[in-house]
Design a protein around this ligand. Structure first.
Ligand SMILES: [Zn+2]
Length: 152
């Protein structure tokens, strides 16, 4: 006979006792219950792919970043043509989000970030190229001046 324990307080129960000697809780009839034959793990019923209907004003995810500030900075400091779409998509993020179209908001957020990155990268390359050009021609000019000085 298996040892049984009170389900309430854990007190070891007498073999044929009907109540816990410690706290008086009635002992369940089936002796199986105490020395728990582990029930087979209940298989989680296969959840049907339940698509949450698009409920307005109840976003299931945090509002995506609209990158608006970064887009504006990128536009000002880098290059206008790529910063403009970034700002446009940034504004769309909020619009879509407020309209309850969360999927579109996230999509716009991704596009805003991409354009912002393009703007930063292209702008950065342009600045580096500009600096390199200035240094190159500056160097040529200096060399030229030096060469001329050598002539006279
Ligand atoms: Zn007990």
């Amino acid at each position: 006979m298996a040892t049984r324990f009170c389900t309430q307080c854990g007190q070891q129960l007498p073999e044929n006792g009907r109540f816990c000697t410690n706290c008086g809780t009635p002992v369940p009839e089936e002796p199986q219950q105490a020395y728990s034959q582990p029930e087979p793990e209940p298989q989680p019923a296969p959840q049907p792919e339940y698509v949450q209907p698009e409920v307005k004003r109840q976003p299931t995810m945090p509002k995506p970043n609209n990158y608006l500030a970064l887009s504006i900075l990128a536009t000002i400091f880098c290059c206008l043509p790529f910063g403009i779409p970034a700002i446009v998509f940034s504004a769309k993020v909020d619009n879509f989000w407020n309209a309850g179209n969360f999927q579109a908001a996230e999509d716009a957020s991704r596009k805003a970030r991409n354009w912002m990155l393009v703007s930063v990268i292209v702008g950065g390359v342009a600045i580096i190229a500009y600096v390199a050009l200035v240094m190159f021609f500056g160097g040529v000019a200096a060399l030229g001046a030096g060469a001329l000085e050598g002539l006279y």
